[in-house]
Write a protein that binds this ligand. Structure first.
Ligand code: NAD
Length: 498
């Protein structure tokens, strides 16, 4: 093992260095060097983390709603006042520019604010005198220890999609962050403790597949929320369900922007640049395909290339538009799709390989790339690339565009750009995708709605945060009650009828 600092687990309210002897390097992507190691949990550490969360559950479950939401309010205040610290951590391990890191924290903070008002969603309902002197009421109760497994691309926002709702609802949480950028999770754990969260209610278990499998199979884990690539999401869903867990597993994406000929093409170009290259395209809601209904493609390409020429790629800590990719291996994989595109007959309009940046040359750089006339049979079109590569597919009509989008394997996000209200309304009705933007390129719903895609983008039937998130982390109990006044009701072998 190297002399680099070791990122610990967070168990029972304190940092716990791994003693498994297994570690993974954590890189600073703009420098291209490993700056830390993260310990990867072994069986004993997995068990210790889950047991601590299980032990903390009964007291936290019984903590009053007032107490639980007070902790959330305090957490919100600390997060809001110190988000700059967290943004720097994210940029140093993920590479995204600081403003974007702050943006993801703000979107996560919205879920904390939502959780501050969870009382209203946990109220249940009551029917007085459902039968004579019989009342029926339904309450929602927490489910126990919840596992959260998160991807590298949003090291703060994705955990914050789940953790505030699960904890405010009375559960305890074991978070397994991505081993590529795990420090944000430890920072969140410290802040939650400062906010007054009792030890054991929030745990960070660092690790890889072994830790994920531990959460999926341990008898004390009641539910698992997962976000990551589609093959792993499917595996997590199937394995968790086979072990009796409640599972929501969000997978990959291939998001299309349909551009109708009447759209404002300057708005389209700005939106496609923001949604295609923001966070170096490492967003599950990034636009990766522009479906141009002819004759708009040539004009749009001119507008895109003009804007792309002005994008500054560099170290996200300095003033620039786009940072590096997360690892060298990921950068090389994304770049390899540009070769494939050329081989499959697409036109490489702007090639981001070999871009010169005003930053450390060892960083994991790949410039914004634009591909035209991408064949829909190419893996460049069918597979998720997850990098700054924007494809254009030309179609002859609205119907051809919608059929293309609906025939895809993923169904996370999509957008239509048009000034025709009727076409937009038809699109929102016909499109087989879970989150739809109308002249909005990245339609991530606010915290009090629920986030989640369709088809291969979400396994399980419950979306994230909003009312669906509250339902995922609670279960309903229906109580039928009779208080006898003054005496007993007599023998009756049938159901009460009046
Ligand atoms: P990933 O699937 O490689 O990793 C996600 C998590 O799974 C990590 O915590 C990782 O440690 C764990 N993992 C990796 N290999 C595993 C294995 N073999 N068995 C069990 N667990 C394993 O994903 P990533 O590269 O970190 O993140 C990018 C992916 O996440 C993209 O596909 C992106 O679309 C997706 N994503 C989806 C959403 C959404 O809302 N649908 C949001 C963010 C990211």
């Amino acid at each position: 093992m190297s002399d680099l600092p070791l990122i610990p687990h967070w168990i029972n309210g304190a940092p716990v260095p791994s003693t498994s002897g297994r570690t993974a390097p954590v890189f600073d992507p703009a420098l291209g060097v490993a700056t830390k190691n993260v310990g990867l949990a072994n069986r004993a550490e997995i068990d210790a983390a889950i047991e601590s969360a299980a032990l903390a559950f009964p007291a936290w479950r019984d903590a009053s709603l007032a107490k639980r939401t007070q902790v959330m309010f305090a957490f919100r205040e600390l997060l809001n006042s110190r988000k700059g610290e967290l943004a720097e951590i994210i940029t140093s391990e993920h590479g995204k520019v600081l403003s974007d890191a702050l943006g993801e924290i703000t979107r996560g903070q919205e879920v904390v604010e939502f959780a501050c008002g969870i009382q209203d969603l946990l109220k249940g309902f009551y029917s007085e005198n459902a039968s004579t002197n019989v009342d029926v009421y339904t309450v929602r109760q927490p489910i126990g220890v919840v596992g959260v497994i998160s991807p590298f691309n949003f090291p703060a926002m994705v955990p914050l999609w789940f953790v505030p709702v699960a904890i405010a609802a009375g559960n305890t949480v074991v978070l397994k962050p991505s081993e590529k950028d795990p420090s944000a999770a430890i920072w969140l754990a410290q802040i939650l403790k400062e906010a007054g969260l009792p030890d054991g209610v929030f745990t960070v278990l660092n690790g890889d597949k072994e830790a994920v499998d531990g959460l999926l199979t341990h008898p004390d884990v009641a539910a698992v929320s997962f976000v990551g690539s589609t093959p792993i999401a499917k595996y997590v869903y199937e394995t968790g369900a086979a072990n009796g867990k409640r599972v929501q597993a969000l997978g990959g994406a291939k998001n299309h922007m349909l551009v109708l000929p009447d759209a404002d093409l300057d708005l389209v170009a700005d939106s496609a640049i923001n949604a295609g290259f923001g966070s170096a395209g490492e967003r599950c809601m990034a636009i990766s395909v522009v479906v141009a209904v002819e004759p708009v493609a040539d004009v749009l390409i001119d507008k895109l290339t003009e804007r792309m020429a002005k994008l500054v790629v560099g170290d996200g800590r300095r003033s620039c538009d786009m940072g590096p990719l997360v690892t060298e291996a990921h950068r090389d994989k994304v770049a390899s799709y540009i070769d494939v595109a050329a081989k499959d007959g697409a036109t490489v309009v702007v090639d981001g390989r070999g871009i010169e940046v005003d930053a450390d040359a060892a960083g994991f750089w790949l410039g914004p790339t634009l591909l035209d006339r991408v064949p829909t049979s190419s893996t460049v079109y069918t597979e998720e690339i997850f990098g700054p590569v924007l494809s254009i597919v030309r179609v002859a009509s609205y119907d051809e565009g919608v059929n293309l989008i609906n025939s895809g394997a993923f169904g996370n996000g999509t957008a239509i750009f048009t000034n025709d209200g009727g076409a937009a309304r038809r699109f929102q009705n016909e499109i087989q995708v879970g989150m739809v933007g109308i002249n909005v390129p990245i339609p991530v719903p606010v915290a009090y709605h629920s986030f989640g895609g369709w088809k291969q983008s979400l396994f399980g039937d419950t979306k994230v945060h909003g009312i669906e998130g509250v339902h995922f982390y609670t279960r309903a109990k229906a109580v039928t009650s009779r208080w006898l006044d003054p005496s007993h009701g007599g023998i009756n072998l049938g159901f009460p009828q009046n």
